[in-house]
Write a protein that binds this ligand. Sequence first.
Ligand SMILES: [Zn+2]
Length: 249
Amino acid sequence: MNNEFYVPKRVMAIFAHPDDIEFGCVGTIARWVQAGAEAVYVLLTSGDVGIADTSLTRAEAAAIREAEQSVAGAVVGDKEVIYLREPDGALVNTLELRKKLVREIRRFRPEVLICGDPTVWFVSENYINHPDHRAAAAAALEAVFPAAGQPHLFEELAEEGLSAHKVRKVYINEFGGGGTFINISDVMDLKVAALHKHESQFKGWDPEPMIREWSTAAGKGKEMAYAESFRVITLESDEDWAKRTTEMA
Ligand SMILES: [Zn+2]
């Protein structure tokens, strides 16, 4: 291990709802994009249940939230947001969903995949983790390994011109633990700006003090004013990765 800041070429973030990325890991994505990475977001649902306004249809709510997410992504310079439009509030990790995610992974061919932690139920004394967050995280992990890299699984995707792809590292976004801390001090204002784009979620409250508090807590004791935390799984060693990228060049 050295202290050099690792920058992947392509990053894919898979999360349940519009705003999950901004609450969780957009600072890290912003740093990578600034350093030259391409980032794509995959949103499993369009968050239509997350607007508690019964004068809106769910389709109208989904359109609002997708528009907010696309603007939030642009704040940090993401390349694209892909909306899979699975049922918000009722997300289930099915084989069908795994195949949809394998399709996106084989299409974009990320070096790093970012997702949530499917084991998290409790992170504080006043919140129970949303079941969609766990389902999305489990679906992402089960798509990335081993499925995406297995040519004989979902082989029908070859008809779409998509071949197997092995992701190098998975960054599992944690609530303060996980062992890998990314210093987001220089992009903290961007994180706040991106989060604020989800206007429908912040009627009557401002998430800025809370998100600064979380990011301060993650950086505590690590000489980081603000940080995001991850468990990092390395699926391909530095040596094997170097060999593969040389062969591809
Ligand atoms: Zn969420």
